[in-house]
Design a protein around this ligand. Structure first.
Ligand SMILES: C[S@@+](CC[C@H](N)C(=O)[O-])C[C@H]1O[C@@H](n2cnc3c(N)ncnc32)[C@H](O)[C@@H]1O
Length: 223
């Protein structure tokens, strides 16, 4: 039986630490003192987070998409596979080491999406990238944490607050789509999306192929 090895640790700006483990060919990112953030075997809902919105905007000329955060690159890779050659995908990642891990040890898992010339990495809080890009994106794909009930950073709660939603909506182009991943339904967040005046869809997606694994939630909100 394979044993789990600690490969690296990285401070989370704002507090806490991420830990990267390997067990055979499976990689896991954990939060020190918390649970698993994600592992490389379970990726179907991360891919759906990109596929569901990007299929709807892929035909727009020079489509611009924001992915926050990078994780193991599954959402980014799926967005690139759906979008056309003139698209740009900006990836906002808070933890610099996560970007390094994706350039090296993790890169192969998602097919090295950081090497795609359409990818632009910004090492920063996605909240800052939203503020700096008013009217900038056809789609915004948010998977920075466990969902509206966060895990990595308490400060991430503000992304899902009323003010956070205003900031995300302002960063969308007309007819843009905000997509948000969550480990579980969160009725308060569904209500909040409706109250912000967006047209809202809820999609339950399975974590593994062929309708297997846990049920995760993806909200699509259209302006
Ligand atoms: C669950 S993972 C994302 C998984 C990703 N969807 C994938 O396909 O691999 C969450 C990522 O968001 C990053 N993150 C957490 N808070 C962030 C923030 N405020 N801004 C940008 N990235 C953040 C974490 O460091 C981590 O890399």
């Amino acid at each position: 039986m394979n044993r789990m090895h600690l490969l690296d640790t990285a401070p989370i700006p704002g507090g806490g630490e991420l830990r990267l483990f390997q067990c055979g060919d499976i990689y896991t990112i954990k939060i020190a003192g918390g649970g698993d953030l994600m592992n490389s075997r379970v990726r179907e809902s991360e891919k759906a987070l990109a596929r569901l919105p990007c299929e709807r905007i892929a035909r727009r000329p020079s489509a611009r998409v924001l992915v926050g955060g990078l994780g193991m690159g599954f959402t980014l890779a799926e967005a690139l596979s759906v979008l056309q050659q003139d698209a740009e995908v900006v990836v906002a990642e808070l933890v610099p080491a996560v970007v390094e891990w994706n350039h090296h040890v993790l890169g192969e898992k998602a097919g090295h999406p950081l090497r795609d010339p359409r990818t632009r990495v910004v090492v920063d809080d996605v909240a800052q990238v939203l503020k700096a890009n008013r009217g900038g994106f056809d789609a915004i794909l948010l998977d920075v944490d466990n969902g509206p009930e966060g895990l990595t950073l308490t400060a991430n709660d503000r992304l899902y607050s009323d003010l956070g939603l205003v900031s995300a909506i302002e960063a969308l182009k007309a007819g843009g789509i905000l997509a948000v991943w969550s480990a579980a339904p969160a009725p308060f967040f569904t209500r909040r999306l409706h109250q912000s005046g967006l047209r809202v869809e809820e999609h339950i997606v399975r974590a593994r192929p062929n309708g297997k694994g846990e049920r995760h939630m993806i909200w699509l909100a259209m302006n």
